[in-house]
Design a protein around this ligand. Structure first.
Ligand code: AHM
Ligand code: MG
Length: 332
């Protein structure tokens, strides 16, 4: 039988790659994987337990209806991170402001964590893949109370980032800046096992992912790039295939493994697009770059954007290096 490497073993094996205290990252990731397993358990019951389905009757600060599972997943992340003491505060898509942990174990925590606890949650009720995205930073000054500035660091300052995709199987993919590795949850063991070591995104791909319903709302450059994707040209394998699940994590994950580009551009109605820089775009950009891909807002590298607010949105072009560069060449 082939030797299984669990996520826990892998983290310990690779902890020398982490430039700060070794156990800290291990504790943080251990909190995240525990929350992921608990969320996975609930996500898997979504079709069975009728009262998990449907709206919780509350709205998050962006005016979107929260699903019960969004709230549940958010709580699980907060409980797990608070219990370990490495994180002193978090920010989440589901909370308007940062949440500071004032318990004794967490006060001195050196890290802050941003996450989207359940992304693509409109897909929950229809049994389509959803995901969790997380991003970890070192706080700026341990001797000062944690504040919003700790969260407004550019993506280049991330110390680790990852996502969990709850799909036909559940996978956790993460990076600490030394490549990207993927782990599949073995439900019989309840353990994430290394299944995708050292993931590299193909430099070129043949998949484009965009909500084409919005195409008339997009700037000319985006329209022209999509027309380019659809054009016939044998030499460059065009037309490309359009694939859009409507769950960022799942769309990104497919393109990461197969090669492709995901685009959520600015539109007339929403010039900055829909996706949030801090807990959706930056973590996936870190993973894409570590896998050899690219992420941009069309003009600038995502990870170099200086954030100005917690829930900032940004146009997003991510995936295979040559595809992102080609898309950028159409934008003025
Ligand atoms: P959410 O964070 O409210 O779930 O929204 C983010 C999701 C992404 O997962 C997905 O790619 C996108 O919204 C789909 O949006 P649209 O329906 O406008 O194409
Ligand atoms: Mg989201």
């Amino acid at each position: 039988m082939a030797k299984i490497t669990t996520l826990g073993e892998f983290i310990i094996e690779r902890q020398n790659e982490f430039k700060y205290a070794k156990g800290e990252l291990s504790n943080l990731l251990s909190a995240i994987r525990l929350a992921a397993k608990v969320i996975n358990r609930e996500v898997n019951k979504a079709g069975l337990v009728y009262d998990i389905l449907g709206a919780a009757g509350t709205e998050n600060i962006q005016g979107e209806t929260q699903q019960k599972l969004d709230v549940y997943a958010n709580d699980q992340f907060i409980y797990a991170l608070k219990a370990r003491g490495e994180a002193c505060a978090i920010a989440s898509e589901e909370n308007e402001d940062i949440v500071v942990f004032n318990n004794e174990t967490s006060k001195k925590g050196k890290y802050i964590v941003l996450f989207d606890p359940l992304d693509g949650s409109s897909n929950i009720d229809v049994n389509v893949s959803i995901g969790t995205i997380f991003s970890i930073y070192r706080r700026l000054d341990e001797n000062k109370p944690v504040c919003i500035e700790d969260f407004l660091q550019p993506g280049t300052a991330q110390v680790a980032a990852g996502y969990i995709v709850y799909g036909s199987s559940t996978m956790l993919v993460y990076t600490t800046g030394h490549g990207v590795n993927g782990f599949t949850l073995d439900p019989s063991l309840g353990t994430f096992c290394l299944s995708h070591p050292n993931i590299k995104i193909p430099e070129d791909g043949t998949i484009y992912s965009i909500n084409e319903g919005n195409i008339n709302q997009c700037e000319e450059g985006v329209k022209k790039y999509i027309a380019y994707c659809q054009e016939e040209d044998k030499a460059t394998n065009r037309p490309y295939s359009g694939r859009y699940i409507g769950s960022l994590v799942a769309d990104f994950h497919r393109n990461l493994l197969k090669g492709g580009i995901y685009i959520y551009p600015g539109t007339k109605k929403a010039p900055d697009g829909k996706l949030r820089l801090l807990y959706e775009c930056n973590p996936l950009a870190f993973i894409a770059e570590q896998a050899g891909g690219k992420a941009s807002n069309g003009k600038q590298r995502i990870m170099e954007i200086q954030p100005t607010k917690l829930h900032q949105r940004v146009p997003f072009f991510i995936g295979s290096k040559n595809m992102v560069e080609k898309a950028e060449s159409f934008l003025i």
